[in-house]
Design a protein around this ligand. Structure first.
Ligand SMILES: C[S@@+](CC[C@H](N)C(=O)[O-])C[C@H]1O[C@@H](n2cnc3c(N)ncnc32)[C@H](O)[C@@H]1O
Ligand code: SF4
Length: 420
């Protein structure tokens, strides 16, 4: 019911939320976009993880890299010297290909005009002094580390194959590595976790000097190992009451520590650059399962390393596209600004050449009257209540959609259509 309510709030008659088969031949690149490179390999697959990845294999990783270079070249020829305002390496575990990344960056640099930050996410078991030196040499400036918890019992529950000692050492090496921002991911609403446990994790993170913390409640996706074990049909959501209590604790504590909220789940020390891989206006994704968005459509690459390697020999590895109407594009933009916790009203005017309140007056009035946001000159800011509810919407709405695409695409690498 909530899903239908949210959907009605956000869409109108004629909006078609369906992905159809596409080879991406109509893909256009607008003035500037963020690049995302998906490295789909992990050494140990975590049972709860929904992201597209396979077990690391040296030969396959090498073939994958060769295909990735072909994909970059293909787009590079089509959109030579367009400006790229950030590059994010995600996964999977991108550092498993650390010795291949210089070649990947060199090829991106050959075809695109790179401005902005180069960022990467990884896992504590990967971090050594040598790796930190290599990352600095390649000009990575934002790093995100999937810590999840500083307590062994929770790492064990999650099936993470490293110790707390390894985690703390990894954070120390990164914090002293000369990067702009070190983000760590922490999880909450874990089985048997209480507020004291969260307090402990935050204390530890602050004492180690991290610049940004991103807090994720643990979701159980139906198609992950845990989801299959529990025979889930829909995403398993953490307990509402515990989640709300924990979320409010995190929010108030991080503000008290002088951190700035940069998304519904991230808090950043004032003055630091924000690590955020999902909030670009437009983006181009390379690698299997990567998504691209250019304001006119969402495109998905095939969700299989083998198919990706096969397809790239004669065409782009895109298999799905959802067309986006002008109104949908405005809504997506608005949604991501709420996700970032504030909406710059003037920027909407510049981008869409129309007035935000004329286009979405009813929706915004509802949001303001419900106490979810307040207007402060040219900015519409989320309140703590709004922040909690947008994080709920992110769960119910976005994750249900993402879940549907990922679930169907894993089952059938070339589906004819996926209706959301
Ligand atoms: C691609 S993973 C992180 C990078 C790296 N592979 C790692 O595991 O440390 C991005 C983050 O998503 C979060 N995450 C993964 N599965 C999740 C789930 N089922 N529910 C909530 N957050 C999840 C974790 O906090 C993780 O650090
Ligand atoms: S959470 Fe990270 S390390 Fe674990 S399977 Fe997912 S991408 Fe791999």
């Amino acid at each position: 019911m909530l899903k239908r309510f949210i959907r009605n709030l956000f869409s109108e008659r004629g909006d078609d939320y369906t992905f159809y088969r596409s080879n991406g031949s109509d893909f256009t690149f607008l003035e500037r976009a963020g690049l995302y490179v998906h490295i789909p390999f992990c050494r140990n697959k975590c049972p709860y993880c929904p992201y597209y990845k396979i077990n690391y294999d040296r030969d396959k990783a090498y073939k994958f890299k060769e295909s990735l270079l072909k994909e970059i070249k293909e787009y590079g020829h089509k959109f030579k010297y367009r400006t790229v305002n950030s590059i994010y390496f995600g996964g999977g575990t991108p550092t498993l290909l650390i010795n291949e990344i210089p070649d990947i960056l060199k090829n991106i640099d050959k075809y695109f005009n790179i401005e902005g930050e180069i960022a990467l996410e990884t896992n504590p078991a990967e971090i050594t002094k040598n790796l930190v030196i290599k990352l600095r040499k390649m000009n990575f400036s934002l790093i995100s580390l999937g810590v999840q918890s500083f307590q062994q019992k929770f790492l064990d529950t999650l099936g993470r194959k490293y110790t707390v000692k390894t985690t703390e050492k990894a954070v120390e090496l990164l914090v002293n590595g000369g990067f702009n921002t070190i983000n760590i991911d922490l999880m909450f609403v874990l089985p048997n976790q209480n507020i004291k446990d969260i307090e402990y994790d935050i204390d530890k993170a602050l004492s180690l000097g991290v610049d940004q913390i991103t807090f994720y409640p643990l979701f159980t996706f139906p198609y992950t190992s845990v989801g299959k074990l529990k025979k889930l049909k829909n995403i398993g959501l953490p307990n509402h009451y515990r989640r709300k209590k924990m979320y409010y604790y995190i929010y108030k504590r991080m503000k008290k520590e002088g951190f700035r909220q940069t998304s519904v789940w991230s808090f950043n020390r004032y003055g630091n650059k924000t690590y955020s891989s999902v909030t670009r206006d437009y983006y181009l994704g390379f690698g299997p399962g990567a998504a691209s968005y250019n304001g006119k459509g969402f495109y998905f690459n095939v969700f299989s390393v083998d198919e990706y390697i096969k397809m790239i020999d004669d065409k782009l590895p895109i298999v799905l596209k959802m067309s986006v109407s002008n109104r949908m594009a405005k809504l997506f933009w608005l949604y991501w600004r709420f996700y970032e916790t504030y909406v710059p009203v003037g920027r909407y005017r510049d981008l869409f050449k129309s007035d935000l309140y004329t286009d979405f007056g009813k929706l915004l009035k509802f949001i303001e009257m419900a106490g979810f946001a307040r207007r402060n000159n040219d900015i519409l800011e989320l309140t703590i209540r709004g922040s909690y509810y947008i994080h709920l919407i992110q769960n119910y709405f976005a994750l249900n959609y993402i879940n549907k695409i990922w679930d169907k695409s894993w089952g059938n690498v070339k589906p004819d259509n996926i209706s959301l």
